[in-house]
Design a protein around this ligand. Structure first.
Ligand SMILES: [Zn+2]
Length: 420
C-alpha cells in the first residue's frame, strides 16, 4: 500500500514538472553577468540554479544538455522595475474607462496575456506597481504564475496602492454626489494609514506603493498629497514587516517628503531639481525614470516624435534624467509599461540610451541594479548559486541596445520557456 502511495506521489510530482528539470551547459559567444561582459564564457545550470560560470574550456560537461548559440550574448533574465499588468495602453482605452467600464474578470484575462508577452520578451521578473482598481488580483495572478498554471514573470506586487483622500481616482468632471472608483485605496492619518498598509500586506503586497503627489492642485497642477509624517508612518509600518515603499512623485516637494519619509524608490521624478536629486543620492534612494510612459502619453496627445518639437513633458523628463545622471543618482530600469504595450518593455531601455546613458549601464540597471534595489538577492546576476533566470539575445546589446529585442531563448527557474 505504501509503495503504491509513493508511486502515486511520484507520478503526480513528475507531471507537475518537479523532476522534469535537467542540467544545461549554455554556450553563447559572450556572457553579460549583470556587471561586465566576458567573451568565451559559458554557464552551467542544474535544476533551478546556476552552478558554474566561467571560460567554456573550464566547465564540466557531464550529463548536461549542451546549447550552443553562435553570435549571441547570454544575460540574466531582465527585471522590469515598473509595470502595471492590469493596465493596457491608454490610446486603446483611457485610464478612466479601464477603471470604470472594465470588469475585474476582463482585466484579469488581459493581465494573463500581458504576463505571457512580458516573459516571452525576456523579462523574467516584474515589480508590478498597482492594479489600478483591480483590488488584490495581482496577488492571484502572481500565484497562478508561481504554481505553473499560466506562463509569466516572477512578480513583486503592490496590490491596490495607497492615496490621500480626494487626490486620485475617477472624480474630475463627475458628480460630487456619487462615489466613483478611486483605482487605489484612500487612507489618511495615523490609524487609517496603518490599517491600509497592514491590510495590503495581509492580502499579498510585496511592496507598498504610494502616490506622494498628483494633479489635484487648485488648477489641476501637480501638488503633494501626504504629509512627511504620514509617509514616514507608511514606511515604518511597511518596514516592520520587511517591505519597502515605492513613491510616485514628480514635484520636488513630494520627492523631498518621500525621500525623508524613507521611501526606497522614486517613480517618475519629472520635475525634480538638482538639489532634490542630491538629497536622493545622499539617502541612497533609487530613481525610476519611466521615460517610455511620458513619451507614449505625449504621442497619444498628438506629438509626432522626430517631426514636432518636444512637448513640455518630454523636455522636463530629458532634463531630470540628465540631472540625475550628472549627480550620480542610482537609476533603475522601469518604463511604467501598461501605459504602452506589454512585451514592448525594451522601449524604456532604448530611450535610456537615447537620453544619454551607455548601453552597458542600461543593461546593469535592468539586471543587477534592479535586483539590488528590489532586494532580490538571488537574481540579476550570472553567478554560481543564483536562480537560473537567463536569456540569450542575438548580437551585442551592450553596444547596440536594440539587440535586446532579438530574443533567442528565455529560461526561468532553470526551465526553457522560449526558444526561437
Ligand atoms: Zn505606474
Amino acid at each position: 500500500m505504501k509503495k503504491i502511495a509513493a508511486l502515486l506521489v511520484f507520478i503526480l510530482l513528475y507531471h507537475a514538472g518537479i523532476f522534469a528539470q535537467k542540467t544545461y551547459l549554455l554556450i553563447p559567444d559572450r556572457v553579460f553577468d549583470g556587471v561586465q561582459v566576458h567573451e568565451g564564457w559559458a554557464v552551467l545550470v542544474k535544476d533551478s540554479l546556476i552552478i558554474a560560470v566561467g571560460p567554456v574550456t573550464q566547465l564540466p560537461k557531464e550529463n548536461a544538455e549542451v546549447i550552443t548559440m553562435k553570435g549571441c550574448t547570454l544575460l540574466p533574465g531582465l527585471i522590469e522595475g515598473h509595470s502595471h499588468l492590469y493596465l493596457h495602453p491608454y490610446n486603446e482605452t483611457s485610464w478612466n474607462d479601464q477603471v470604470l467600464k472594465e470588469s475585474r474578470s476582463y482585466r484579469t484575462a488581459r493581465a494573463v496575456v500581458h504576463a505571457k508577452r512580458t516573459l516571452e520578451n525576456g523579462f523574467t521578473t516584474v515589480r508590478d506597481l498597482g492594479t489600478e482598481g483591480a483590488m488584490y488580483d495581482d496577488a492571484g495572478l502572481k500565484k497562478s504564475i508561481d504554481d505553473g498554471i499560466i506562463p509569466g514573470p516572477r512578480m513583486l506586487v503592490a496590490t491596490r496602492a495607497i492615496v490621500a483622500t480626494g487626490s486620485y481616482g475617477v472624480n474630475k468632471g463627475y458628480s460630487a454626489d456619487e462615489d466613483f472608483p478611486k483605482g487605489a485605496e484612500e487612507a489618511d492619518g495615523h490609524d487609517a494609514i496603518i490599517k491600509a498598509v497592514r491590510t495590503q500586506i495581509g492580502k499579498g503586497a510585496d511592496v507598498i506603493k504610494i502616490y506622494a503627489d498628483y494633479r489635484w492642485g487648485a488648477n489641476g497642477e501637480i501638488q503633494p498629497t501626504f504629509s512627511q509624517e504620514e509617509i514616514a508612518l507608511i514606511v515604518e509600518t511597511a518596514k516592520s514587516s520587511g517591505r519597502p515603499v515605492a513613491a510616485h512623485a514628480g514635484s520636488p516637494e513630494a520627492i523631498r517628503r518621500a525621500v525623508l519619509g524613507g521611501c526606497e524608490t522614486i517613480e517618475h521624478a519629472d520635475n525634480c531639481t538638482a538639489e532634490v536629486f542630491q538629497l536622493m543620492k545622499e539617502k541612497d534612494v533609487y530613481f525610476c525614470p519611466t521615460l517610455a510612459a511620458t513619451e507614449a502619453i505625449a504621442k497619444y496627445r498628438g506629438w509626432m516624435k522626430g517631426k514636432d518639437a518636444d512637448p513640455e513633458s518630454v523636455k522636463n523628463k530629458k532634463q531630470s534624467f540628465k540631472t540625475a545622471m550628472e549627480i550620480g543618482v542610482k537609476i533603475i530600469f522601469g518604463g511604467d509599461v501598461g501605459v504602452f504595450p506589454h512585451g514592448d518593455n525594451a522601449r524604456e531601455m532604448e530611450l535610456m540610451v537615447e537620453y544619454g546613458m551607455k548601453p552597458l549601464d542600461v543593461l546593469r540597471s535592468a539586471t543587477s541594479v534592479n535586483a539590488t534595489a528590489f532586494h532580490l538577492n538571488n537574481l540579476g546576476q550570472i553567478k554560481t548559486g543564483m536562480l537560473a533566470d537567463i536569456i540569450f539575445v542575438e548580437g551585442k546589446p551592450d553596444e547596440q541596445i536594440q539587440s535586446i529585442r532579438k530574443i533567442k531563448l528565455v529560461m526561468k527557474n532553470g526551465k526553457i520557456v522560449v526558444r526561437n
